[in-house]
Design a protein around this ligand. Structure first.
Ligand code: GLA
Length: 519
């Protein structure tokens, strides 16, 4: 009897330990996590009521193509916008701040934007570079995958666009509203409404019944000044088993442009069956070079996102085949518990990061996300608050695309606080396009340093450990001397002048991200 009860206590303990391990090892979600560890401190100060213009300083586009740009600006509404130096062919709606029209001829156009409300005004320069390049700063937006998987609908996409505006995300620079996999028909699927003819008699791809009006959807997104993204695979089937573009590449790309899409994610998936055992660089490049060439021939700017998980060192040739960003590894959804390692690996490819060509370590998965292994229903992430700030800091320092992939209908104040800090985002969008250099790395802490256009440096002091730790950066490590102003970017607050070094306490699994001036 005693033995029996001892055995059951042991079994119970074992189960308890295993469950504990499961919940700490991965940041997959669970009901019990819905109560956050107390109420996390909000680092980003609330936006002020005066206007504050955000967004990139430079913007690439191709002459003669449709132009659309909503000026990201915080401040109480109504705001009134004006612009000096707008080239012929572009017009600004003064009440929405949406600039639209046709991209002017090749050249650089320096514009001064001004935003005014009853509390004050702000102005800022903005350079439109009409030429061959797109994505001169890392793309920012939202992608449905880690929230809605194969449950995505037209309605959810429209709601995401609504929330991008109403939440203030668009006011700090988020602009792409991107559909991932599962918008087409599949030859077979658990949901009969996603099964149907793959193509019509002319070979045109047919969206499934949850996407009745693609043109209507992009019109809806564009009317808000936002941009729309779509997804397919060079294979016969996408990773989710939906129809791919194989042997219809040009037809599909033309269709995407005709529907009005501005961004294409091209996911290798079943293309492996076509490439076979050929592991040459040329074989890895082939489908991307083909699509890159097609996209360049279209009369629409479409940002090209390569998704092939880093095969053949894609960072070395992604730009050359026409890509603007490329995933450097597998799906982060399966690696979220190793977020620091993923970033450190991504940083190894820093020399390939430049305007128009970005290393992509995958999406920002915070807030309500669905477990990737189960394509689960979105639940609140169990990732500690401090680590979420570290996550966003690393992506900004690495000049990674900032694509949020949680449930937009459940955005809470904390998640928005992590996603929407203009000073952190400014580091990400810096026109130099540099990916941070990792210096002074130990098992528990590391420093990331990114040079910015104005000659200042952004530095992330990271602590991977389980308790707070003092972390220091020496001026000698930054190749600077003398007295410098150090600014805490998350808190948007100057910390004072420092000579020789800066040292501060970093929360467990967290970050302090600072700017060190160039004076
Ligand atoms: C792959 C990609 C993901 C997502 C899914 C869709 O796994 O890496 O980002 O697009 O396919 O099936």
């Amino acid at each position: 009897m005693i033995l029996k009860s001892k055995l059951s206590v042991c079994l119970f303990l074992l189960l308890f330990v295993l469950l504990g391990l499961a919940s700490t090892k991965s940041y997959c979600t669970g009901k019990e996590k819905e109560i956050r560890e107390s109420v996390p401190e909000l680092l980003t100060p609330a936006p002020m009521s005066q206007p504050r213009i955000n967004g990139p300083l430079v913007y690439g586009c191709r002459p003669g193509h449709p132009f659309l740009y909503r000026i990201p600006c915080q401040g109480s509404r109504p705001l009134s916008f004006s612009a000096k130096g707008l080239p012929f062919g572009l017009k600004l709606d003064p009440s929405t701040g949406i600039v639209s029209g046709t991209v002017p001829g090749k050249g650089e156009y320096e514009i001064t934007i001004q935003a005014t409300n009853s509390k004050g005004k702000d102005s800022r320069t903005f350079k439109i570079v009409a030429g061959d390049q797109l994505a001169l700063t890392p793309p920012m937006g939202w992608n449905h995958w880690y929230a809605h998987y194969d449950r995505i609908t037209d309605q959810m996409m429209r709601e995401a666009a609504d929330v991008m505006i109403s939440s203030g995300m668009a006011d700090v620079g988020y602009q792409y509203v991107n559909i991932d996999d599962c918008w087409m028909n599949a030859p077979k699927n658990n949901d009969p409404k996603r099964v149907g003819p793959l193509r019509d008699d002319q070979g045109n791809v047919i969206p499934n019944s949850y996407f009745p009006d693609m043109k209507g959807l992009t019109n809806y997104i564009h009317a808000k000044g936002l941009k729309a993204g779509i997804y397919t695979s060079p294979g016969t089937l996408t990773c989710g088993g939906f129809t791919g573009a194989y042997k219809h590449e040009e037809q599909d790309a033309r269709q995407f442009a005709a529907w009005g899409f501005d961004f294409l994610k091209y996911d290798w998936c079943s293309y492996g069956d076509i490439a076979g055992k050929d592991n040459s660089i040329e074989a890895f490049q082939k489908p991307y070079r083909q699509m890159g060439t097609i996209l360049k021939s279209l009369d629409r700017d479409i940002v090209f996102n390569l998704c092939q998980y880093g095969m053949g060192d894609v960072w070395k040739w992604g730009g050359e085949v026409g890509g603007h960003c490329w995933r450097t590894s597998g799906d982060l959804g399966f690696e979220l518990d190793r977020i620091f390692d993923v970033s450190l690996r991504n940083c190894e490819h820093r020399e390939y990061s430049k305007p128009g060509e970005w290393n992509d370590p995958d999406y920002i998965q915070i807030g309500y996300i669905g477990n990737a292994g189960k394509m689960g229903i979105p639940e609140l992430t169990a990732m500690p608050a401090a680590m979420q700030y570290a996550y966003m800091s690393m992506w900004s320092l690495m000049a990674a695309p900032l694509i949020y992939s949680g449930d937009m209908s459940k955005l809470d104040a904390f998640t928005l606080n992590v996603l929407c800090n203009p000073e952190i985002i400014r580091v990400n969008q810096d026109p130099l396009g540099e990916c941070a250099l990792v210096i002074k790395r130990t098992d528990e802490c590391f420093l990331m340093v990114k040079n910015l256009l104005d000659g200042s440096k952004a530095v992330g002091l990271f602590n991977r450990g389980k308790s707070a730790m003092e972390v220091k950066v020496d001026w000698s490590e930054l190749h600077i001397t003398g007295k410098h102003t150090v600014r805490d970017l998350w808190r948007e607050k100057n910390l004072g002048h420092f000579t020789q070094q800066f040292s501060t306490s970093i929360p467990a699994q967290g970050v302090v991200m600072v700017n060190i001036d160039n004076k």
